[in-house]
Ligand binder design. Structure first.
Ligand SMILES: Cc1cc2nc3c(=O)[nH]c(=O)nc-3n(C[C@H](O)[C@H](O)[C@H](O)COP(=O)(O)OP(=O)(O)OC[C@H]3O[C@@H](n4cnc5c(N)ncnc54)[C@H](O)[C@@H]3O)c2cc1C
Length: 507
């Protein structure tokens, strides 16, 4: 059967795919979503206790505010899904979405010689896409593709074990958080209650999971949940530091002035170098508060690296309220280990100590790059990430060496929804020829500068996060679209109030 031809295809129905569908709706895009629902990670990587970590007024579409946007509580994953469905319904986006439609292969059918310089909508197919659904495989053809398959979910990252020391020798149960997310309330209680559980990892999901485990193990028959930690990260109890709102430290123009950003001239770069002690001081102020507020030293949980490195890599986790209360009750314990493997009764560490366990849950994250590379064809697949492990995406969206394709949701910020939306607004104008992309060389120069800044700012740079120069990133996007970049009403607000989606309403 001949491929079904349309202008624009969007792969993924998470927040990035939704933002793309809304901004490109005038082109009647086709959105392929592998599962039966919208929302991506909020549907498939959420536990009972999963909440938004970003304040809700930062995680909203510019033209669709949360019903109670000033409510300072963090919405649960169920509320986030309701908000996303309500957005999709309000803007009539569901008509574009093909659910249970997984893209299994993409082919380049354009001419590579002309593709980089031609129109983004040339009137003929550039990409063909094989889509697996209940009816079988159907091919589609598109002039432009937007890839929104997400960095998390779908493909679990599983640690490697020495020979004969993997999960196969363990008598208990091993699962990844992705499997845990599929259990209902009764299933999680059955799995955790009265069981010795080892949670591997110390990022947001691991912390939420350990807390759920402790809650299921109250009372005399309860067992301890042990977190096995390779790398410590800073955790934050709330968005207040020594009585000041958190946004003052990193999310205002004045606070980001201290940080490096691309396209600084020599003078500004030198000043930035001189301001390095100020950057360190801000990080130290936050670290001192966290060490005072939380029992980090008591449990050996104070990271060796500065707070700013976690912030700059979008890894700052907000603690569930009773995490340390449960640790104080003995329901959560901590074990530092850089290497571990299985023995038949649990897990063993490099210091030859053993931990008995009935259940081992791997909160070891996801392999978003593998997911992406499984569908991008060669020779583009090898270009997707540079040797540094980072994706060179111009404006966080266009790969300079991959024609007629955009990527949304791979370069993160502290509010991924806000960033995804602004980038899609930019993309829609680009596709509509309201401005042109610079040359491939200029785009590569810009992405290289951004990647170098990330590398200098944090050892976790492979996570590709722009949080320390997010306002500058948005400024450059605005300027390219012909919008004013300084968007506040007066200079005081410009200097000291945070930027969020509402500041980027259409001009
Ligand atoms: C537990 C958790 C908590 C988080 N909390 C926050 C937070 O508080 N604030 C914040 O800013 N960010 C947070 N994030 C980051 C989060 O990933 C982003 O905010 C955002 O939801 C990502 O959306 P996305 O659309 O890019 O990707 P996803 O949500 O992963 O959506 C991708 C979609 O693509 C579909 N898909 C994948 N492959 C295919 C294919 N081959 N064919 C068709 N469809 C496909 C998937 O089924 C999925 O629906 C969190 C992430 C997790 C995992």
């Amino acid at each position: 059967m001949a491929p079904v031809f349309s202008k624009i295809g969007i792969i993924g129905g998470g927040i990035s795919g939704l933002a793309a569908a809304k901004q490109l709706s005038h082109h009647h895009p086709v959105v392929f979503e592998a599962t039966d629902s919208l929302g991506g990670v909020w549907k498939h990587c959420s536990f009972k206790s999963t909440k938004l970590q970003t304040p809700r007024c930062d995680y909203e579409f510019s033209d669709y505010p949360w019903p109670e946007r000033d409510n300072s509580s963090f919405p649960s994953y169920v509320e986030i899904l309701e908000y996303l469905y309500s957005y999709a319904t309000h803007f009539d986006l569901l008509k574009f979405v093909k659910f249970n439609s997984k893209v299994v292969e993409i082919l380049f059918v354009g001419d590579r010689k002309t593709a980089y310089y031609g129109s983004l909508l040339p009137g003929q197919p550039i990409w063909e896409v094989a889509v697996q659904s209940e009816e079988g495989v159907q091919w589609y053809a598109f002039e432009f593709l937007v890839i929104c398959t997400g960095k998390y979910g779908d493909v679990p990252k599983i640690p490697e074990f020495p020979h004969d020391k993997g999960p196969e020798i363990f008598k208990g149960k091993v699962l990844h958080t992705l499997d845990y997310c599929k259990l209902d309330d009764e299933g999680t209680t059955q799995l955790l209650k009265g069981k010795k559980v080892a949670v591997i990892g110390y990022k947001k999901s691991a912390i939420d999971l350990a807390t759920e485990c402790a809650e299921a193990n109250q009372g005399p028959e309860g067992q301890t949940c042990t977190m096995v930690i390779r790398t410590l990260h800073w955790t934050v109890p709330h968005y207040w530091i020594w009585g000041l709102p958190f946004y003052l430290f990193y999310s205002t123009r004045s606070s980001q002035f201290l940080h490096e950003r691309p396209n600084y001239g020599f003078l500004r770069n030198s000043l930035c170098h001189l301001l390095s002690p100020a950057r360190q001081a801000v990080s130290k102020i936050i670290e001192s508060y966290l060490a005072w507020k939380l029992p980090l030293d008591k449990y050996g949980l104070r990271p060796d690296h500065p707070f700013v490195e976690d912030y700059a890599s979008c890894q700052m986790a907000i603690l569930p309220e009773n995490f340390f209360t449960e640790a104080d009750k003995g329901n959560i314990a901590f074990k530092r280990a850089s290497r571990w493997w299985f023995w038949e009764g649990g897990v063993e560490f490099e210091d030859n100590t053993k931990l008995e366990a009935d259940v081992v849950i791997l909160a070891t994250g996801f392999d978003g790059k593998k997911k992406l590379k499984s569908i991008i064809p060669e020779p583009f697949r090898s270009l997707v990430e540079f040797p540094s492990g980072m994706m060179p995406l111009y404006r966080g969206t266009i790969h300079p060496l991959i024609p007629n394709m955009a990527f949304v949701g791979y370069i993160e910020s502290v509010s991924n929804l806000h960033t995804a939306e602004l980038r899609c607004i930019w993309l829609a104008r680009l596709i509509d020829d309201q401005f042109k992309l610079p040359s491939v060389e200029k785009m590569l120069q810009q992405t290289t500068k951004e990647m170098e800044i990330m590398k200098r700012t944090t050892r976790f740079y492979k996570r590709s996060c722009i949080s320390t120069f997010s306002i500058n990133h948005s400024d450059e996007i605005c300027e390219e679209m012909g919008w004013t970049s300084w968007r506040k009403k007066n200079w005081l607000a410009e200097a000291f109030s945070p930027y969020n989606s509402q500041d980027y309403q259409e001009e």
